[in-house]
Design a protein around this ligand. Structure first.
Ligand SMILES: *Cc1c(COP(=O)(O)O)cnc(C)c1O
Length: 430
């Protein structure tokens, strides 16, 4: 995007005027007196999500057990219903997505199905900058199968500590690798990996590939079917705005529907016969088979409501605005904060094809204290060790004026030396 921006407040207001998604902001609860830049970590509550949750409670209050079939929507098929709605967000068939459990538990579920070490093909490939939970899960599955993570976990190195080169990943796709677990967007730098290319290269070499899409679903469009991705998993409390600990999602490519899930339970049973309570397991003929136990109705209901907003806004429009907003933020950082005495740097790739939904603002010596000073001023970013302040303008509810204001706040914090009033230790949740 070679759009021309400028640094004036007026130009921020002009960008807001021309923003076709600006009305969505009114449908969210924005913390009063704050500028919320952390929607990539915990997205804000919308009226739709709130309504859907209250509705589920009301159904429980009024219907009791009849909510399973008579709730609106019925709880019995809630996970499948939301899966259908999410399919459009990730370019999947309607029965390839289901919501279930939490993200890391789903990864365990998927590893137990798709990691089938055979002969010399007995390694799992991950990357050095991966979200640590994914690495823990992969190590756990190696140990469960009597394999030593020190030998059987292939960890792709980063050249610069921020990004991973796709070709460095492909280079270690040897015939010893059974399965690759990769992020769509790296949680610190915000780099977007080329999932299509990585899937193609993995498949050429007989390797299965699954993506952790926590940092991309809801902000970046995906085409899982077209790319042929084997499986994917993501949480719904970041860009999907479904609340802390909301039910997570998994995608299974239909070519794997014949596989028996590694961890199976009655909620994955063929729905028509689930209540026959047969001792033999007959899995649902689709992604539904990967459910283990009863759907968490109150943790899934907000997502049901939230999906209405995504259906109305359209993921392509969201992506377009998100790229313009992160582009604008990077422009302001470059123009106002990159030189002496500020010395900030952008750690996120500039190329829109390699960029997710947030900007990693780096400051070598004072990132913790600047982050704390921002919070004191009512700006909510987050800090990632050792030198990254993550800033996420959210297309559905962040204005261009707020982006402009955040950069002014940072500049003032540096100009006044205000950050020096804060300790160097970071908080427990940052
Ligand atoms: C947020 C996040 C997680 C968290 O997983 P949970 O099981 O929901 O706690 C995992 N992976 C990535 C890449 C994330 O961004």
């Amino acid at each position: 995007m070679s759009e021309k921006f400028d640094t004036t407040r007026e130009s921020a207001l002009l960008l807001d005027d021309h923003d076709s998604l600006k009305d969505f902001r009114e449908r969210f609860y924005l913390p009063e007196g704050k500028i919320y830049m952390d929607g990539n970590s915990l997205g804000l509550l919308s009226r739709e999500a709130e309504k859907a949750l209250l509705n589920a409670l009301e159904d429980f209050k009024v219907l009791g057990i009849d909510g399973w079939m008579d709730g609106s929507p019925p709880w019995f098929t809630l996970a499948e219903e939301i899966g259908k709605k999410q399919a459009a967000l990730v370019g999947a068939k309607e029965n390839e997505v289901v919501v279930h459990s939490s993200n890391t538990v789903n990864l365990h579920n998927l590893l137990s199905t798709f990691f089938r070490p055979e002969g010399i093909r007995n390694k799992i490939l991950i990357d050095e900058l991966n979200f640590p939970s994914d690495r823990y899960a992969a190590e756990g599955h190696l140990l469960l199968r009597g394999l030593d993570p020190a030998k059987h976990l292939v960890v792709v190195k980063s050249r610069d500590g921020r990004t991973i080169e796709e070709d460095d990943i492909v280079e270690v796709m040897t015939d010893e690798v059974a399965l690759a677990i990769l992020p769509s967007v790296l949680y610190r730098s915000g780099q977007l990996l080329d999932m299509q290319y990585l899937t193609k290269e993995a498949h050429k070499r007989g390797i299965l590939v699954g993506f952790d899409c926590c940092h991309s679903v809801g902000v970046v469009p995906h085409s899982f079917s077209e790319w042929g991705v084997d499986f994917a998993f993501w949480c719904n409390y970041k860009y999907l705005n479904s609340g802390p600990g909301a039910t997570a999602s998994l995608y299974i490519n239909s070519r794997h529907f014949d596989k028996k899930p590694g961890l199976w339970g009655w909620w994955g049973y063929d729905k028509a016969k689930q209540f026959d309570m047969n001792p033999d397991f007959q899995p649902a003929p689709d992604a539904g088979a990967w459910q283990i136990g009863t759907v968490h109705v109150f943790s899934a209901a907000p997502l049901y409501g939230s999906m209405k907003i995504f259906e109305q806004a359209g993921i392509q429009n969201i992506r377009e605005k998100s790229l313009r907003q992160t582009g604008y933020l990077m422009f302001l950082i470059d123009s106002l904060l990159s030189r002496e005495p500020y010395n900030f740097r952008v750690g996120t790739p500039r190329d829109p094809r390699r960029r997710g939904g947030h900007v990693a603002l780096e400051h070598d010596t004072e990132a913790v204290r600047i982050n704390a000073a921002l919070k004191k001023r009512g700006v909510i970013p987050d800090f990632r060790f050792p030198n990254v302040i993550r800033l996420a303008p959210i297309a559905l509810y962040t204005s261009y004026l707020e982006i402009w204001q955040v950069v002014q706040h940072i500049k003032e914090i540096m100009d006044t030396g205000e950050y020096q009033n804060f300790p160097r230790e970071r908080g427990t949740v940052s």
